[in-house]
Design a protein. Sequence first.
Length: 195
Amino acid sequence: MKNNSAGFTLLELLIAVAIIGIISAIAAPNISSWTKSRTVKKELAYVEALIDYSKATSVSKSRKLYLRQTSTSAIQLFQLKTGTDALNTENLNNSTCNFVANNTDPVAQYPTVSNFTSTLKAQHNSAGNAGSNLSFPNETSLMCFYSNGQTSGGGFLIAHDCMQFRTQIFLTGFYSKEIDTNTTCAGGRIWIERN
């Protein structure tokens, strides 16, 4: 007599479940690492977009722009208000970086505070003064983009767990981008330039 029943045996199902469990155990850490990597890279790209926009707009509109960091997770872009004395006097000043809330408005392209899940630290301080070395100790900062294409200089470090990226902005408005290749949280930092 022939057995025509279709289906899987209990042993076959248990083997399939065991294989799926092993694959999941191997893949889960990689998925978690990939998610963290995507988060920090997205936030780094956003900071770089703010820098690029600020450089281009400050020159094309002949207007000083301010990139203001208010915490380790918040940053916003401002410009001098139209029709104020500050626009006429401060805008022509390409040597100081003074932020006065009454004289500024958020930039229309980026009207709200951008909040990050990564930690954002700055090389420059809240007075717009850049540090002389590659340390990023400041949790609040101010960077100016002048109408002549220059900046007040400085840089940002974006970290998420052990993954770190840094962008250093030069007085000329150009910037370098680096990644820390040591993602293990152990040992020293090894920085390489990235595209």
